[in-house]
Structures are given as C-alpha cells and as structure tokens.
Design a protein around this ligand. Sequence first.
Ligand code: ADP
Ligand code: MG
Length: 434
Amino acid sequence: MNENNIESLREALKHSPENVPLRHMLAEALLGLNRLEEAEEEYSKLLKMGGDTRAKVGLATVFYKKGSYSACNVILEEVIEKGSGDIQVFVLHARGLLKENEIARAIESYKKVLEIDPKFADDELDSQLRMREQRIVDEDDETDERFLQKPDINFEDVGGMDAVKKEIDLKIIKPALHPELYKAYGKKTGGGIMLYGPPGCGKTFIAKATAGQVNARFVNVSLDDILDMWVGNSEKNLHDIFELARRNTPCVLFIDEIDALGASRSDMKQSSGRHLINQFLQELDGINHSNDGVLIIGATNTPWNLDPAFRRPGRFDRIIFVPPPDEYSRETILRLKLKNKPSGAIDLKNIARKTTNYSGADIDAIIDIAIEQKLEDSFTDGIPQPLETKDLLNAVKKHKPSTQEWFATARNFALFANDSGLYDDILAYLKIKK
Ligand SMILES: Nc1ncnc2c1ncn2[C@@H]1O[C@H](COP(=O)(O)OP(=O)(O)O)[C@@H](O)[C@H]1O
Ligand SMILES: [Mg+2]
C-alpha cells in the first residue's frame, strides 16, 4: 500500500463513510506506513462506530508504536478479558509488558503465544524473556524478597484445623526441635508433608503460620511461578528456590500448586516434565545439598495427579486432607477475623450454623461484603455503625460457598481410585462408608 492508495481509500470513504471494512483497510494502511496520528484517528472512528476487537487491537498497535505502552496494554487486557485467543494479541501484549518491565506478566503472555503455536519464535521476546527469567532467584536480596517472608501469624491465628496442626507438629516441628530424641528412637526425620483439599481452606495460611510458630522464615513459592517454557530453566529455578531456603534456615519452604507438575499441562510440553520431577525428587532427598533446617510443606488441589514417587518415605510421606472448617471452626475463624473490626455483639454461632461448606476464604469474603455495605450506609447516614449479626447474615446470602465443585471431583477419586486408602479422609468427610 502506498501514499496514492491512501488517497483513493479516503476518497471512497467520503462516499460511504459507514463502510467498516474499507475504513479498516485505510487504518491498516496508515499504520503500515507509520502515519500513526492518522491511523489513530481512523481507529477511533471505527471504535465510535461500535468497533470490534480488530479496531481495538489496531489502536493498541498504534499506541505501542507511539511508545504509549500502558495505554496499549490496557486495551489488550480488555480484549483478552473478552476472550480473544488471537495469537497476535498475546504477542503484542508480551511486547508491551516487556517495555513496561513487567517481566513476569510478559512471560505469561508469551507462554500463551507458545500454547497457541508451539513453533512460534520471536527473536526479541525469546532473548529478552529468556535472559531475564534465568535470574528468577539469585544471590541479590531484591529478588529473594519476592519469595522470602517473615511471617506475622502463628497457630493462634488459625481457626480450627486441630488435626492438621497436630500432624504438622509431630511430623515437622518436633523433629526439627528435637532431632536427637528422634535419633535415639531410631525414627527418621526429614521429608515433608503434603496438604490437599478444596481451595481457600487454609493450606497456604497454615503453612505460613507454621513458620511463625517456630520463628522461622517462610519461603513461599508456587510451582507455577518457576515453570519455564525453556528446557532446563524450570529445573534451575527449582534448584534456586531450594538454595534460597537452604541459605535462610530455619525456614518453612512452602511449595504450592504441585499439581502444575502434571504432565498433561500444555506448558509442560516444552520443558520435559520428567526431568523436572526428577530434579524435584533430588532436591527433596537433599543428597547433594543438605535440607537441614528446611521444613518442607507442599500443597495441591489435585493429589491424584501426584507422581507416586513423591510419596516415598523421606519425601512427602504424609498426605494431609485440609477440609472446609466445621461449624465450631467457622465460629472460631469468625471470632478471629472480627477481632479488630468495629462490631457490636454478634451471634457468631448463628452465622457459623448458616455457613456449612463455606471455606475460610469464603468467610473473609462475607466479612468484606458486610463491611462494604456498612461503609455505604454510613456515607448516607454520616455515622459509622458497627457490624451486626444481620449484616453478616445478609452477606452470607450474597456469597455462595466455593468448596462444592472440588468435592464433586474428589468424590470420584475417593470412590474409584482409593487403592492405598489415600482418600479415606475424603470419604469420611462426605460420610461415605467404604
Ligand atoms: N482456618 C483458618 N483460620 C483463619 N483464616 C483462614 C482459615 N482458613 C482460611 N483462612 C483465610 O482464608 C484465606 C485463604 O486461605 P488459603 O490458605 O490461601 O487457602 P488455600 O491455600 O487452601 O487455597 C487466608 O488468607 C485466611 O485469611
Ligand atoms: Mg493456597
């Protein structure tokens, strides 16, 4: 397309200004010639005419070329939100994010690109993202901070979960505090525990509280954060995380979303899943590098995808079910969460009774909803009012429990794939007789 074509297109549009395909041609031609102001004008017109994804992506491209990266990203995010799976959208988004130095998100976007087309290659993105991702953890404190925390909660902040607390105490706290005693009884120490259960029921929370309980640091990482599409990088990242933990003992190393190791995941195709599993097992075994002082807690929503090799002694040899809180635990959680909120006398028992199947996270949400409503009311009345029972009960009606979907799946595994009795806890919870 050259300058003359542009003039003819403009001429044609004078006669039929509503011709959308024609205007797209003009806009794209202008964009191709880097006549950005004019292209922007045409795309804006298209958008005013009820423009679609194509117009939005065009405008985002104009912004990208003009160096307005954040405007570009905002538009693309909206397009992606609406469900566009177009590879060009993700490529441009990855570039825009890279310019804004949002490396982790740029990598996410680029992963999408490779999911859609595994053979896609872009030199700039490849070199930039690969180069930076290799530095996910290094000796410098700034990157460490992303994963390393000093927890400010302990077991007292965790409502209910008595069985889980007891297991953690026996399996990892006591052995760490009294290694000689365990040795005297010929009991092996080391290894970790694996928590599983529906989302929002406190797996991450109790892991963090465990660290607080023993005054240790907390290394919190989701396997998803370290998975990399390049062969070898995921293994290196995993090793770096273990090394970070080993440098910061005593600590609790919490590894979330272990299900991301499931070989069926599309982003695992690039990096070979088996290699990563082997690397993981090697790190857990701590043969080359001692794990002394590192308490390892894993979590997964889908334990049935866990490679059996992980369950051998000295690895994740305790698999613990973290159920939704029972009525009494819900009452405790409510009391804990309302402690620092302006509230009157609240009938906690009543609310606990009406929140069967609600997770801890659901209870957080209910309190949030109730408080938001209270805030709104106090703007109209001008007087801040404390929370009352009825506010929370209203909020319960607005927020449905989120644990049921998980049980629909878990139930099947417990019924039909429970050879080693691994899921007896689920059966017991669902009151199903073996
Ligand atoms: N037993 C509990 N006691 C107190 N708060 C809880 C409890 N369980 C969950 N929560 C709250 O719910 C939030 C989400 O829980 P989280 O540990 O992230 O769930 P999971 O890791 O199992 O998906 C926590 O940050 C915490 O505020
Ligand atoms: Mg979690």
